[in-house]
Design a protein around this ligand. Structure first.
Ligand code: SF4
Ligand code: ZN
Length: 375
């Protein structure tokens, strides 16, 4: 989507006039990323690269405190190069080189801090072809140079007409370029139905079916391939959203279950989230800098029907007004997670084997089998 200003103005003001949180979009001029602190002259076109379609706020807001104070800098915080991104929580502008370095350093730190990887691990990257998994593939291909582990990609095609095809094609090309083996699975072959077909019969929200059935394929296939970890592209926003959703849905036990590597079950392949400390916007910028193609059809057409969507939008608005909100929610989530885990009985964290398919689950029959038999 392109926007043009009718007068000389700062991009952040233009965005706020349109009711769009700066936190929710990437901006580019002439194909290059531009920080929202920069000014545009009258008539200059700016492209909004949506990494998620965010509905405009009903009432546009004035830029708040920190945005009023945030001054565009013509230089990166670490060198004299032109900056491409502004990090409001640090009040710093970064050029591509220093942004990439910061990004990769943070991913390595998270991997160490949460003990995600060990030498010799065989990691399957859940690669949908969206910006998060694209960024994850790229950054893990760099991290593996200093911490030897193997990577391959697991792509699941749910069968959403007109949505996944392009992303899967992009993912295929990128795997080829990086020399990463890619395995593609479809809902149709694995579950007998595409998600579109499931949607016609199911009573639940489509995303509930999609998430459960996708995770089931990932776990089964990772185990069959002899992988030791499944890496997923969840970023800081996803963690903050999950924390809020657990509260809204009154599902405190899920706090304890978030870090699946804590649960031992030989059939369960532990999941890791190397991007969990990085904001979605920065993940989007990193993917863009490494060739991810954004297109107007970036989002699944069903995405807006999920509660997560509204939570995402509210958190973006909050982050815009109070930078650091998301990381504070994520930190609270980590603290609560440890407390809940210590206070619940070990028994409730244990996993059984599904009576139907043998996959690990907390009940007698796994959610995937229940869902498929209810259709
Ligand atoms: Fe599946 Fe929902 Fe995501 Fe679409 S938005 S891919 S239906 S989980
Ligand atoms: Zn099952």
């Amino acid at each position: 989507m392109k926007i043009a200003s009718s007068s000389e103005t700062r991009l952040i003001e233009l965005l706020h006039d349109l009711g769009i949180p700066a936190e929710a979009v990437l901006l580019s001029t002439e194909g290059k990323l531009v920080p929202e602190t920069a000014s545009v002259h009258k008539g200059q076109e700016v492209e909004i690269i949506y990494y998620k379609h965010v509905p405009p706020l009903s009432s546009p807001q004035e830029p708040r405190g920190h945005w009023k104070r945030a001054q565009y800098s013509k230089e990166c915080a670490h060198c004299q190069s032109i900056p491409i991104i502004y990090l409001p929580y640090a009040n710093q502008h970064h050029c591509p080189k220093h942004f990439n370095e910061l990004f990769e350093k943070r991913v390595k730190r998270s991997i160490r801090e949460y003990n995600m990887l060990s030498k010799g691990d065989r990691v399957g990257i859940a690669l949908s072809g969206g910006k998060d998994s694209y960024a994850l593939l790229h950054v893990l291909s760099i991290v593996r140079e200093s911490l030897p582990f193997e990577i391959s990609a697991l792509t699941v095609d749910e069968g959403i007409p007109g949505y996944r095809d392009k992303a899967i094609e992009n993912a295929r090309k990128r795997c080829e370029e990086l020399g990463v083996e890619q395995h593609v699975y479809t809902f149709k072959e694995e579950h007998g139905k595409t998600i579109a077909e499931i949607g016609k019969k199911g009573k639940e929200n489509l995303c509930s079916y999609c998430g459960v059935l996708r995770r089931k394929i990932l776990n089964t296939k990772a185990r069959e391939l002899g992988l030791t970890k499944v890496a997923i592209g969840h970023n800081l926003d996803d963690v903050a959203q999950t924390a809020m959703l657990n509260l809204i849905r009154n599902e405190p036990l899920r706090f304890a279950r978030f870090n699946e590597p804590l649960i031992e079950n030989e059939k369960f392949i532990p999941r890791i989230r190397p991007l969990r400390d990085i904001r979605e916007k920065e993940v989007a910028a990193y993917a863009f800098l490494h060739g991810h193609e954004y297109n107007s059809g970036c989002c699944c057409p069903h995405a807006t029907s999920a509660l997560r969507w509204s939570v995402r939008h509210e958190l973006n608005s909050l982050e815009d007004q109070y930078p650091g909100t998301k990381s504070k929610i994520a930190s609270s989530f980590n603290t609560l997670q440890a407390i809940v885990k210590d206070s619940v009985k070990e028994k409730s964290l244990e996993l059984n084997s599904c009576k139907e398919c043998g996959e690990p689950c907390s009940d007698e029959v796994c959610m995937g089998c229940k869902m498929l038999s209810d259709l």
